[in-house]
Design a protein around this ligand. Structure first.
Ligand code: GLY
Length: 576
């Protein structure tokens, strides 16, 4: 099987058939939903991790809503239909490109609670307490998604908030039919949910009578009530009153430290996007507290020094060069990146052309570097794998790229009793102790140490590209540490390897992150000869499961929108 067609095989057609049955069975309308090929839209496109959320978004656009309206509706819908990562108990980042204005970026990342402190996950001997930053109430940061959606809506929305939350409310109240993957997942997590929740009798994703099956109806009454409070009271329906009280009660019933004051104080922040050029395209991505934008731009700027297209897709030389660039970028990330409200991130140095050229010059064309020898640069004046992504373009050409997360799958695994939503375990994205890797194997130091009200460093990389001043691509993915390299590869697939959106999203991915010093290809994703050639250069290959779930939109040469939901998940493109 050609690696280019990695996910375009018979497996993919079977999956599309099952999803097509699912969709035609449960959807009232039948627009140009995905039918096993790139979805083409003349005007508008929504690509999300779940068919129901894509349906909600495209209906908002069909009814005249704009991209931000669709974003709000999709975000709340994902909190209901994709509880593994869709959320109101987490946070995320948005890049917005209005058709006639400045590109903006919104940071609605979670924050450390006021009572947080640097050694909070260490025991009296300074050793990390296993799992404390990952599961249970103490793993949670103060959620930002609701304030993020409301702030973006206030600035750019055109449909009343209440109407935009209504589809999510209905999906929670009346239920929706779960997919096969979801059924498997909920069964797999049953014992973890029971272990982590105070009241094991009332966990929305746990059933005791039998196992979950594809097509089961999932009703979430408590979540519906929470959504209703947000519909009625806006921000205060979440950050104050009953919802906030339920959340704080859940914290106090365990070892959580989020207080009502933390909730009341939370505010999403408008940030300056990271911008740069790659082979004549303009790139907009997310700046700190995400590492995504800076790391992606470093990779792209270094890549411009190599003829990657001529070297060929998934050829050993290409993978070697990408690996060497990634090794250096992730070393810089570990040392220099953190929340810029608390840490002086040397953004200009990291993106300086001269500096990046010096890093390129270190790369040997056929020999792997030892990661131990690659240190982050010292600048003199220095100071998920869950998560989900959605891409939207509206009928006027406004585009929005959002990546949102509760960190690992189902976050802290703690449902807020009576409010029906899952809390994040985002505190694990801080560096709990210098030199100790987080759940994604990522290292960090002072730049990303825990401080009250600080935002933990992220890899989320929602990105928008322009060509000749016009919209070109909307792209992003979940995947923890692999997010940056998945977005990078999707861009290279289109720009350097000439793929369409579907191929670019489906193709096998390969990841490297400096430490641990492995090239991680998706299982079966690289030819044996390529792997041998890389090993001869000194690389160590370690195959792994699927990487990322890229949901992306491309404006093709005819000016049509190509939407591609990643076939690795239930992801779904809908357009008109
Ligand atoms: N929680 C994954 C990330 O923010 O990168």
């Amino acid at each position: 099987m050609s690696t280019k067609r990695f996910y375009s095989s018979r497996f993919y057609l079977v999956r599309v058939f099952v999803l097509a049955v699912f969709v035609s069975h449960f959807f009232a309308c039948s627009k140009s939903y995905e039918e096993g090929k790139t979805v083409i839209g003349n005007k508008a496109m929504v690509v999300t991790a779940h068919p129901e959320a894509s349906r909600v978004g495209i209906e908002v656009l069909e009814n005249g809503g704009n991209a931000i309206d669709a974003m709000v509706a999709v975000h709340f819908a994902l909190a209901v239909v994709y509880p593994a990562a869709g959320n109101i108990g987490g946070g995320g980042f948005m890049i917005y490109r209005p058709v006639d204005g400045e590109v903006s970026s919104l940071d609605f990342r979670e924050k450390a609670p006021l009572a947080a402190f640097e050694e909070m996950y260490q025991d009296e001997n300074g050793e990390i307490i296993d799992g404390l930053s990952l599961a249970g109430p103490m793993a949670s940061g103060v959620p930002g998604s609701v304030d993020g959606m409301i702030q973006a809506h206030k600035k750019y929305g055109s449909v009343p908030l209440k109407e935009l939350i209504a589809p999510a409310y209905k999906l929670a109240k009346k239920g929706f039919y779960i997919t096969e993957k979801q059924a498997k997942n909920y069964n797999r997590y049953k014992s973890v949910f029971i272990e982590q929740n105070q009241d094991s009798t009332n966990i929305p994703l746990v059933r005791f009578d039998r196992k979950w099956q594809e097509g089961d109806l999932l009703v979430q009454q408590d979540l519906a009530s929470t959504l209703k409070r947000i519909q009625d009271n806006g921000r205060d329906g979440f950050y104050k009153g009953e919802t906030a009280q339920l959340l704080v009660a859940e914290m106090k019933a365990g070892n959580g430290i989020i207080e009502l004051e933390d909730m009341a104080k939370y505010e999403a922040k408008w940030r300056t996007p990271i911008t740069g050029e790659y082979r004549g395209l303009k790139v907009y991505s997310m700046g700190p507290p995400s590492s995504g934008g800076i790391a992606l731009m470093q990779l792209l700027k270094m890549s411009a020094h190599f003829p990657l297209g001529d070297l060929g897709f998934h050829q050993a030389k290409t993978i070697h060069l990408m690996t060497e660039m990634e090794r250096r970028v992730y070393a810089d990330r570990a040392k220099h990146l953190g929340d810029s409200d608390f840490w002086d991130v040397p953004k200009d140095d990291l993106l300086d052309d001269g500096y990046l050229k010096s890093r390129v010059d270190e790369i040997h064309l056929t020999n792997a570097t030892d990661s131990e020898q690659v240190l982050a640069m010292n600048f003199d004046h220095q100071e998920s794998e869950e998560t989900t992504h959605y891409s939207i373009v509206d009928a006027n050409g406004n585009a929005v790229s959002v990546t949102t997360t509760i960190n690992s799958g189902y976050g802290s695994k703690v449902f807020v009793t009576g409010a029906g939503f899952l809390m994040n375990n985002e505190m694990d994205d801080f560096s709990s102790k210098p030199g100790v890797p987080n759940v994604y194997g990522l290292l960090g130091g002072k730049a990303n140490a825990i401080q009250p009200e600080k935002r933990m460093l992220s890899a989320m990389t929602p990105t928008i590209l322009e060509k000749d001043g016009e919209l070109f691509m909307v792209v992003g993915t979940p995947g923890g540490s692999t997010i940056i390299t998945s977005v990078y590869q999707t861009i290279l697939n289109v720009v350097d390897h000439g793929m369409d959106m579907r191929e670019a999203v489906s193709s096998a991915r390969v990841h490297h992150q400096w430490k641990p010093n492995f090239i991680f290809p998706e299982k079966g994703g690289l030819e044996e000869t390529t792997k041998s050639a890389l090993e001869e250069m000194g690389h160590t290959i370690k195959e792994r499961g699927s990487i990322g779930r890229v949901d992306a939109i491309l404006v093709n040469e005819k000016g049509l929108l190509e939407g591609a939901g990643d076939p690795r998940g239930d992801d779904w493109a809908a357009g008109f």
